[in-house]
Design a protein around this ligand. Structure first.
Ligand code: ADP
Ligand code: MG
Length: 323
């Protein structure tokens, strides 16, 4: 089973940032209001994600590291009404197969917590412990048994940069959750969780940028757009600072990105890009998601009309902001 998990891990766990993403998404699925992430070095020595979510019960803890034992989906129809970020039950088993994993958890209705430590053979050792309500997942020595993966990793600043970008993206998708990122003892990113998007933007992109952004909102019978865009004089040489959220999930979408660029058309030179944080609400029947383990590919039913809607919203916002 360990080797099947390692093959699956090749898809899910490409680098430390992908481990962080999976763990944090599990915390979100667990209804956490506070999520604290600690990293050592490039993430290989240590990744720890601790949350105050629903916790994992004593009976469920052994299942959490078994492939496809997820409790989040019960029927295939559920796939169409997916509320949670994870549903394959692959992440934890995959991570477990390429690292030294420990999970400590305590649901609200238990007086004590339980910790599960997986040994190198993949066997679990359990111990009752005192711990706060919620879950802490600790990943040590990532890729210790897959040297090829280890060799493929970039420098510590690059790998940590990817981790911090991942957290930033997720924090912008969830202003209602308080995130902190510590590396190794210094807090490098912290959001309040008060639900205010601009406040989250200030924490992730900095106050100087947040202060200059223009609020954008637009409604259509089918779609709703809400967020912030930069004025044409505040641009970047990459699309790195463009954040799209579809119904609360972070997505990458060339359709959305192109519509945006078109909204700015004559105002910005071709090689420069605005800073954008957009939450788009679309009813579930109006788009398809092909949920690959590592990326989300979105297809919209009325792509043309949606593009036009976004383009128009951007254009109007820029027009109204002119002094
Ligand atoms: P998936 O998220 O696809 O269900 P994972 O492998 O990511 O699968 O997680 C396996 C299971 O472990 C989850 O379905 C959930 O029941 C449990 N779990 C993992 N992380 C947490 C957490 N932080 N809080 C509560 N439950 C968790
Ligand atoms: Mg998951």
């Amino acid at each position: 089973a360990h080797s099947a998990n390692q093959i699956a891990a090749g898809e899910v766990v490409e680098r430390p940032a992908s481990v962080v993403k999976e763990l944090v998404e599990n915390s979100i699925d667990a209804g956490a209001k506070h999520i604290d992430i600690s990293i050592e070095g490039n993430g290989v020595p240590l990744i720890r994600v601790r949350d105050d979510g629903c916790g994992i019960g004593t009976k469920d803890l052994p299942l959490a590291v078994i492939r496809h034992a997820t409790s989040k989906i019960t029927t295939i129809e559920d796939l169409d009404h997916l509320q949670t970020l994870g549903f394959r039950g692959e992440a934890l088993p995959s991570i477990a197969s390429v690292s030294r994993l420990q999970i400590s958890s305590r649901p609200a209705d238990e007086v004590a917590g339980l910790s599960l430590t997986l040994n190198d053979a993949g066997q679990g050792e359990y111990e009752e412990i005192g711990c706060p309500i919620g879950t802490a997942v600790t990943v040590r020595d990532l890729f210790f048994n897959t040297p090829a993966r280890l060799k493929f990793l970039k420098s510590t600043p690059t790998e940590f940069g990817l981790i911090s970008d991942t957290i930033g993206r997720i924090a912008l998708a969830h202003p209602e959750i308080a995130f902190s990122l510590t590396h190794p003892s210094q807090v490098v990113l912290q959001t309040t969780g008060r639900g205010d998007l601009l406040e989250a933007i200030a924490a992730v992109l900095g106050h100087t940028i947040a202060r200059q952004l223009l609020p954008i909102t637009a409604r259509h019978e089918k779609w709703q757009l809400e967020g912030y865009i930069s004025p044409p004089n505040l641009v970047r040489s990459s699309k790195q600072s463009q954040y799209f959220m579809l119904n609360g999930r972070t997505v990458r979408s060339s359709i959305l990105s192109r519509a945006l660029t078109e909204g700015y058309h004559t105002l910005i030179p071709v090689k420069l890009h605005p800073i954008v944080v957009l939450h788009l609400t679309v009813s579930p029947g109006d788009y398809d998601v092909n949920v690959h383990p590592t990326k989300m590919d979105v297809r919209f039913k009325e792509e043309q009309a949606l593009s036009q809607f976004i383009k128009e919203a951007v254009y109007q916002t820029l027009l109204n902001s002119k002094p």
